[in-house]
Design a protein around this ligand. Structure first.
Ligand code: COA
Length: 178
C-alpha cells in the first residue's frame, strides 16, 4: 500500500485522513446540497448521490501521495467534509491547488480555517510542493476569509470567468509560498 494512505493529521478538533472506499455512503448526506455546489466547480455536483461520492473517492486515490493529497475530514468521529491539494502540471509542477468543503452543519465554527492551516502545514513538511494556489468564486466571502486567515495573499482576479446555474461572477486567485 502507498504510504500516503496511512497518513493521519490531527488538529485540535479534526482528524484528516485519505478517503477510503467505505466512506462512499457517508458523503451524500453531507454533500447533497446546493449550498456547497454553488461555491465549487462542477466536480462537486448537485444533486450529489452515491455515484458522485464513488467517483470522487476513486479520483482522490488515483495518484494519491504523488500528484494528489485528498483528505476526508472527521470531527467528533463524524464525517464533516473534505479538503486537499492537486499538483499543477507542466511548468506548474512545483505548485498545488487547494480545495475544501464542509457540511453546512459544520459551518461558522472556524473548522475550515483549522483544516486548511493543517493542510498547508502538511504540504510544507511532507511534500516537495513549494507553492500553493487557491481560487474562490466572487460570491464566496467566507472562503476568501479562510484563505486570508491561513496565510494566502490575494494575487488577482479573473473577471467574469465563472458561470454557474446561469449566474456569472469573478474568480479570485490566491497564493502562498510554503
Ligand atoms: C467556505 C467554507 C469552507 C467555510 O467554512 P467555515 O468552517 O464556516 O469557515 P471558518 O469558520 O473557518 O471561517 C469563515 C470566515 O468567513 C467569515 N464569513 C462567513 N460568512 C461571511 C460573509 N458572508 N461575508 C464575510 N465574511 C464571512 C467568518 O466570519 C469567518 O471569518 P472570521 O473568523 O474572521 O470571523 C464553508 O462555508 C463551505 O464548505 N462552503 C461551501 C464550499 C466552499 O465554498 N468551498 C471553498 C471553495 S473555494
Amino acid at each position: 500500500m502507498n504510504e500516503f494512505m496511512l497518513t493521519e493529521i490531527n488538529t485540535e478538533r479534526c482528524l484528516l485522513r485519505p478517503w477510503r472506499v467505505e466512506d462512499i455512503p457517508l458523503v451524500p448526506p453531507l454533500a447533497d446540497t446546493r449550498d456547497i455546489s454553488w461555491n465549487t466547480s462542477f466536480r462537486f455536483p448537485y444533486p450529489y448521490d452515491e455515484e458522485a461520492a464513488k467517483n470522487m473517492i476513486h479520483w482522490s486515490r488515483d495518484g494519491a501521495g504523488e500528484n494528489k493529497w485528498q483528505f476526508a475530514v472527521f470531527s467528533d468521529e463524524e464525517l464533516a467534509g473534505g479538503c486537499g491539494a492537486i499538483r499543477g502540471s507542466g511548468v506548474e509542477t512545483h505548485t498545488a491547488t487547494v480545495g475544501y468543503w464542509l457540511g453546512t452543519a459544520w459551518w461558522g465554527k472556524g473548522l475550515a480555517t483549522e483544516i486548511v492551516a493543517a493542510l498547508v502545514r502538511y504540504m510544507r513538511e511532507e511534500t516537495d510542493v513549494e507553492q500553493l494556489t487557491a481560487s474562490c468564486f466572487g460570491w464566496n466571502p467566507a472562503s476568501r476569509r479562510v484563505l486570508e486567515k491561513t496565510g494566502f495573499a490575494h494575487e488577482g482576479m479573473r473577471r467574469g470567468v465563472v458561470r454557474k446555474w446561469g449566474k456569472t461572477t469573478d474568480l479570485w486567485i490566491y497564493g502562498r509560498p510554503l
